[in-house]
Every structure is written in structure tokens, then in C-alpha cells.
Design a protein. Structure first.
Lengths: 274, 300
């Protein structure tokens, strides 16, 4: 067989593989969309579930998910951003820095069930925070830390050196340079990282199952328990009750994560134009 | 940090007032503390989970625990060999199914696709890496399970169904990371290959893929980490029977799924066994991370 024929066959096969990947994933989304769109209505979003089959809406679970994700973001973003500032601007390569990087990689790959059990044992029991928004937010923030830190560090390293030199040349101190020159110009990409990390947190199930609980409850204070959308979907799917609501919840989850991803892209694209 | 650089910083900073110097030092220490939080967090997880898990090693014996082949909490028998086997069966099968598809997709995106096709497919793949695992599990239990059940006459719970669900889950992860590795190969070596008269396919399998093989291997290892630690998606389709499975269409259990099944009622020694399983998963994921770092050091 001559090499042009082989080439044509091989590239077609590669195209088919990529096509298969996209088709499978497209089918999954379409399946959830077609079945879920019928369930979604203002009443589904804004009312409480009731009865043995969890009829009605999923409002408390949406509030719980948004509540805990926001709280986790408020905890993790400052720590992760400042850690990235240290690694990108202050640190010199050495044992401590490589330990920090290894820890960040490990934290990013901790299985969510491990984080769930750890959060349960430490935050819920040992620190006596109970099944609450605070416990769940603390556990989730540990998962978000490495994502935000990586994005921030890349953003900071993307700021051209000459901007720093200009600042030092005017007599600015290191902190003045970092806070007034480096961080503002890296801000869009930092925000992108934070938004992507929040998307990750919204989709977490095992972590919130053990730290937030599964009781349907509308959280008001940070010490209230609740049930996230992911846990609600899990309960409905496993018990096989009220499938339309399960499809509706799955669709809303995907839409939320799509929203986080698209807004991250939008922020990034807008910052490039300026 | 070396003394010399510390000394240099101090000397430069002495040009400013004492209060500015103190402020700069305090801020730097604060940033360091933030960065060190990562190390503390990992150490805390390690020691806290380890401490909760210790009684199973002390009272039950590590050999009986890891080497025991009967998991029956009611009878006080905590052998996790069937669960470890389950985790590996599920993970390896998913990798075998998912890896060719993922790497093929990555090669297509980086070497064959036109920029326009790539600009649509790549964001789609990234987006799908972010779909929550519980949604994949839901799709698995509602759709795939019934398909498998119809074709095999079984209930549809078991290794085969979880392979498909996990493969779908890890394909976006492996594809995105492999594509990054392929695109980091300089354009020049492709041009050199084309200039020698090689076709696109010859360039791919003789030049580009071998050059990117460590990066692709990293991607597969990270995909494996995701598969072995995956909980909810597997939980919903695996059937949850803590035994050595006698086929791919019968229920089994993995380390992660058994934790979720038993956690609501576990107490005493049983609970410490669950924490020990979490500790094993944690150590395993850290080993995978360490091997990725070692590989990338080999590359440089």
C-alpha cells in the first residue's frame, strides 16, 4: 500500500475517533437536555420539594449550592492568590518551594471521597462545626486552592518584566509594584481561575454529602445544614423516584457549569481586546 | 532561601524607612504563610485520616486488612482485597476503553484538524471535563444501565457499565492534557519531517507522538488518578457487592463506593476501616502525582 493511501486512511481514523468523542459527549448533553427541559419551569426553580417523591421544585438545593460555593470562594481565593504571589514574585527555587508545589499538585488530585471523610472527621466532628455550610465550604476551599493558585501564578508570570522594572525605576517597593502594577494587570486571568474553580465546586458531590448533610433545608446562617443540587440529584437517581425532577436538576447543574465556563472565557477574551 | 539573597534584599530595603521595611517584611511573611497553607493542608489530611484509621492497623492487623478477602462488616471481617481488586478492574478497563479514543482525539486536534474545527472541538472537550461526576453517574444509571441490561439479560450493574461511564468521564481529561503535550512540540521538527518527504501520518507516529510521549503518559496517569478516585459515577452503576466479581456483568464494589455505602451506619472498628481505605486512596493519588513529577524531571 503506498504511503499516501495509508496517510489518508490513518487521518480519517483519527478524525473518526475525535468524531466519536464529540458524538458521545454531545449525545449525553442532548439526552439530559431533551429530558430535562420539560421539567424546568419557574415553579421548579423557586419552590420547595415536598411529599415522598420530592415533587415540586428544588429551590433550597439551589440556594445551598450557591451559598456554599460563594463561601468556599471567599475562603480560598485570598489564600490562593497570595500564595501564588509568593511563588511567582518572592520565592527562590529551593526545597520549600518544591514542597509547596508538590503539596498543591497532591491537593488537586485528592479523591473527593477522601476530602469528604477528612472534612467530616475534622470540621464536622473534631471542630464541632456540625453538618453546615461552614464545614462544607472549608472542605471545598481545599479543593479550590490549587486551581486558583495555578491560574494566578500563570497570570502573574504572564505580566511582562518591563512593567515591573518601570515600577521599580520609579522607586516603588516590592509590595507597591505587586499590588499596583502586577496584580491589576493579571486580574482578568485571576478572576477566570476563580470562576473555573467555582464551577468545580458546584459539581462536587462526595465532599458536600459528608460536610453539609442531606436534609432539605434553606440555609440562612453559615452554621445551617443543607442539601446541594448534586446530592439531590444523587438521591433522586439512586432511589429512582421522580425522574423528571432528576433530569431537571441535572440540566440546571450543567447549565450552571456552562455559565461559569462561558463567563470565564468571556472575561478572558474581553481582557485580551483591551 | 539563601542568606545571600536575604542579605541583598535587606541592603536594598535599608534605602527606605524602617517602617516600610517592616511592612514589606510582614507582607512577605504573610504571603509565605499562605503558600505554606498548602503543605499544612496536605499534612493535616494525611495525619488526621491516618490517625482515624490507625485502630484498624493496631487492633485488626494490616495483613488481615489489606490481605483479607472477605468484607463483611456484620461479621466483623474487614478484608479489602475484593475492594482493591474492584478498584483496579474498574480503572484498568476504563483506561483501556478511554485512552485510545482520548489520544486519537488529541492527535486529531493538534495535527489534523483545521483551526476552525479545533476552535469548536477543543472548548467542547474542556467543557465536558467540567461536567459533574454525578451527572455522568445519572446518565449511566438511567441510560447505559438499561442498554447493557437489554443486551446481556443481566441487571446492567457491574464492571462493564462502569467501564463505559468512567471512560466517557476520563476521555476529556486525557484528551485535553495530551493535546497540550502535542502542541508543545516545536513546529520545526514537523517541518523537518515533511521536508524529508514524510506524510502527515508518518510524521505523527514516527516524530510527533514519540516526542510527546512523556506528556501523553502524564495525561494517562492523571486520567487514572481521576478514575480510581471517582466515587459518585461509579457508585451509581457498579452494583455495590463487596466480592470478587465472577464476570463483567455482575455487581462488584470499589474502595470509594464501599466507603459511601457503609459510612451512614459504620461505627467503631468498621469506621476506622473506612478511614483506612480513604488513607490508601490518598497515598495512591499522591504516588501518582509523584510519578508524574518524576517523569517530567526525566524529560527536562
Amino acid at each position: 500500500m503506498n504511503k499516501t493511501t495509508v496517510d489518508r486512511i490513518a487521518t480519517t481514523v483519527l478524525g473518526l475517533m475525535a468524531g466519536t468523542t464529540v458524538a458521545i459527549l454531545g449525545m449525553l448533553l442532548l439526552y439530559v437536555f431533551v429530558n430535562g427541559i420539560r421539567a424546568i419551569s419557574p415553579a421548579f426553580i423557586f419552590t420547595w420539594p415536598h411529599g415522598v417523591n420530592a415533587e415540586g421544585g428544588i429551590w433550597p438545593t439551589i440556594v445551598s449550592t450557591v451559598y456554599v460555593t460563594t463561601l468556599a470562594m471567599l475562603i480560598s481565593a485570598p489564600v490562593a492568590v497570595l500564595a501564588a504571589v509568593y511563588l511567582a514574585e518572592y520565592a527562590y527555587q529551593g526545597k520549600i518551594v518544591s514542597a509547596i508545589r508538590f503539596a498543591a499538585d497532591s491537593l488537586a488530585s485528592v479523591p473527593s471521597i477522601v476530602m469528604g471523610l477528612f472534612g467530616f472527621a475534622l470540621f464536622v466532628e473534631a471542630m464541632d462545626l456540625g453538618l453546615s455550610m461552614t464545614s462544607a465550604a472549608l472542605a471545598l476551599s481545599l479543593l479550590m486552592l490549587p486551581i486558583i493558585m495555578r491560574a494566578t501564578e500563570e497570570a502573574i508570570r504572564g505580566v511582562p518584566k518591563y512593567m515591573r522594572w518601570g515600577s521599580y525605576g520609579l522607586g516603588a517597593t516590592k509590595w507597591q509594584t505587586v499590588s499596583k502594577i502586577v496584580l491589576p494587570s493579571a486580574l482578568p486571568r485571576i478572576i477566570t481561575g476563580i470562576v473555573l474553580a467555582m464551577g468545580r465546586a458546584v459539581g462536587e458531590t462526595a465532599v458536600v454529602l459528608y460536610t453539609m448533610g442531606q436534609a432539605v433545608n434553606l440555609p440562612v446562617t453559615p452554621f445551617d445544614s443543607g442539601r446541594s443540587m448534586t446530592v439531590h440529584l444523587y438521591m433522586l437517581a439512586v432511589e429512582g423516584i421522580n425522574l423528571p425532577a432528576a433530569f431537571g436538576t441535572a440540566l440546571l447543574l450543567i447549565v450552571m457549569i456552562l455559565g461559569f465556563n462561558l463567563s470565564a472565557r468571556w472575561i478572558l477574551r474581553r481582557s485580551r481586546k483591551v | 532561601m539563601s542568606d545571600r539573597t536575604e542579605d541583598l534584599t535587606r541592603r536594598t530595603l535599608q534605602l527606605v524607612s524602617r517602617s516600610t521595611y517592616v511592612k514589606e517584611w510582614l507582607l512577605k511573611t504573610l504571603f509565605f504563610a499562605c503558600a505554606f497553607t498548602f503543605v499544612l493542608a496536605v499534612a493535616l489530611i494525611f495525619f488526621f485520616v491516618g490517625w482515624k484509621a490507625w485502630p484498624i492497623v493496631a487492633d485488626y492487623g494490616l495483613g488481615n486488612f489489606v490481605g483479607g478477602s472477605v468484607w463483611s462488616a456484620g461479621k466483623g471481617s474487614f478484608g479489602i482485597l475484593p475492594l482493591i481488586a474492584g478498584s483496579f478492574i474498574v480503572t484498568i478497563g476504563a483506561l483501556i476503553l478511554g485512552t485510545p479514543l482520548a489520544v486519537g482525539t488529541a492527535v486529531f486536534l493538534s495535527e489534523v484538524a483545521t483551526p476552525k474545527v479545533r476552535s469548536i472541538v477543543r472548548p467542547a472537550v474542556e467543557l465536558l471535563a467540567g461536567v459533574p461526576s454525578v451527572v455522568y453517574g445519572f446518565f449511566g444509571i438511567i441510560f447505559l444501565r438499561s442498554v447493557v441490561a437489554r443486551f446481556t439479560g443481566s441487571l446492567g450493574f457491574g464492571a462493564a457499565t462502569s467501564w463505559i461511564v468512567l471512560a466517557i468521564m476520563i476521555v476529556p481529561t486525557i484528551a485535553a492534557l495530551s493535546e497540550d503535550a502535542l502542541r508543545s512540540i516545536p513546529e520545526g521538527i514537523r517541518e523537518a519531517s515533511f521536508a524529508m518527504g514524510a506524510t502527515r501520518w508518518q510524521t505523527i507516529y514516527k516524530v510527533v507522538v514519540p516526542a510527546a510521549k512523556i506528556g501523553i503518559f502524564d495525561a494517562i496517569i492523571l486520567g487514572m488518578g481521576r478514575a480510581i478516585g471517582e466515587t459518585m459515577a461509579v457508585l451509581m452503576v457498579v452494583g455495590n457487592a463487596p466480592v470478587f466479581p465472577e464476570g463483567v456483568f455482575v455487581p462488584l464494589a470499589t474502595l470509594t463506593t464501599q466507603i459511601v455505602m457503609d459510612m451512614p451506619y459504620a461505627a467503631g472498628l468498621h469506621r476506622t476501616a473506612l478511614f483506612a481505605m480513604a488513607a490508601i486512596l490518598f497515598v495512591f493519588s499522591m504516588l501518582l502525582v509523584a510519578s508524574v513529577r518524576l517523569l517530567s524531571r526525566l524529560r527536562d
